[in-house]
Design a protein around this ligand. Structure first.
Ligand code: HEC
Ligand code: HEC
Length: 294
């Protein structure tokens, strides 16, 4: 169990249920978007409302301790956490397949709830029955009433990674891009998240201190595979300083940015992981490996 999860477990008995779930190794590889869920938007409103009502029970049991009764991220456990639980009332989400500034799809929420957010206290909920996970999604949307009118963005297309992924040439080109696009300003030359702008970043939209990701420490928060890294460049991390590079990579100018460069940057970013993390081969297969730190 993660040390901070264990700590909470001891001190807040009411949070016990989720901490037990969190202790079970991630079942990320079993992630499959169920057919029933894909049809959710077409369901009659009454059905969605019934699902949301069931979702409230799930929420009150597993989520309220961190995300709070009002969904504002201020549950009793939040005070103890360095990375604060998401405030659902603003309709801003970090991890999406949808373009910057748009709402996530139900599938995005399902994935993050099932997998958890690596390297934070957000547990994975793979052992909560699927129907309950689907129900809680409908409930957390009710904290942001505009959701109904706005609807989610359209998921970006993520192609299959090329065979050259992780090759020495691809990594070298990725390094050039990393410098050219000034990722160094925030993430630092060594990728530790200690670039010159890192300490000067304003708080994120929820008013919390933000910290550029440390690439040397292992998996991304939002998933382990090269496609997750690619998705991050293309959609940004909502509410934070991490921008979307969709404009730059979507229409390469052929001079500074060439076709396929997004994958070269993926190669480089993954190469920054220290040896022990690289040994898990997630870069090659994208599959989460038993025992990899979250
Ligand atoms: C131990 C505290 C904790 C519990 C319990 C918890 N979460 Fe979280 N959750 C977090 C934290 C912390 C984050 C923020 C991670 C970040 O910002 O990087 C988060 C993030 C999320 C996100 C991602 C939001 C985004 O911006 O992309 C969703 C969705 C979510 N939680 C849903 C749930 C649901 C549903 C439950 C209950 C089944 C739950 N959480 C239980 C701590 C918790
Ligand atoms: C202005 C500062 C800034 C710049 C420039 C920047 N980032 Fe980020 N990046 C961040 C912050 C802050 C986060 C952490 C977001 C969070 O998890 O709260 C982040 C997170 C990430 C993540 C991890 C997402 C996850 O799921 O954990 C990746 C990958 C990433 N950045 C890649 C890049 C690359 C590649 C570039 C250059 C093309 C870049 N960033 C430029 C600030 C920046």
């Amino acid at each position: 169990m993660l040390p901070h999860v264990r700590w909470l477990h001891t001190f807040a008995g009411r949070l016990r249920a989720w901490a037990v779930v969190a202790a079970v190794p991630a079942l990320g590889s079993l992630l499959a978007w169920p057919a029933a869920a894909a049809q959710a938007p077409d369901r009659p409103t009454s059905q969605l409302e019934a699902l949301a009502a069931q979702g409230k029970q799930v929420y009150d049991r597993y989520c309220v301790g961190c995300h709070g009764e009002k969904g504002d991220g201020k549950g009793p456990g939040a005070r103890l956490l360095v990375v604060k639980p998401r405030d659902f009332t603003q309709g801003v989400f970090k991890f999406r397949s949808t373009p910057s500034g748009t709402l996530p799809t139900d599938e995005d929420l399902y994935k993050i709830i099932t997998r958890g957010v690596y390297r934070t206290s957000m547990p994975d909920w793979a052992l909560v029955p699927e129907r309950d996970r689907l129900a809680v999604i409908q409930y957390i949307k009710t904290f942001y009433p505009e959701w109904k009118a706005q609807r989610p963005g359209k998921s970006i297309f993520i192609p299959e990674p090329p065979d050259t992924l992780a090759s020495p040439e691809s990594i070298a080109r990725g390094k050039e891009l990393y410098i050219l696009l000034e990722c160094t300003a925030c993430h630092g030359e060594t990728g530790k998240g200690d670039g010159p702008s890192a300490a000067k970043l304003d708080p994120d939209v929820w008013g919390n201190k933000q910290k550029p990701f440390d690439f040397t420490g292992g998996r991304l928060k939002s998933g382990p595979s090269p496609k997750d890294v690619y998705r991050t460049f293309m959609t940004g991390v909502g509410g934070t300083a991490m921008p979307s590079y969709a404009d730059i990579f979507g229409e390469p100018d052929g001079e500074n940015i060439k076709e396929g460069d997004a994958w070269n940057l993926v190669s480089f970013v993954l190469s920054l992981r220290t040896t022990s993390f690289r040994a898990d081969k997630t870069a090659a297969t994208g599959a989460p490996v038993k025992g990899t730190p979250r």
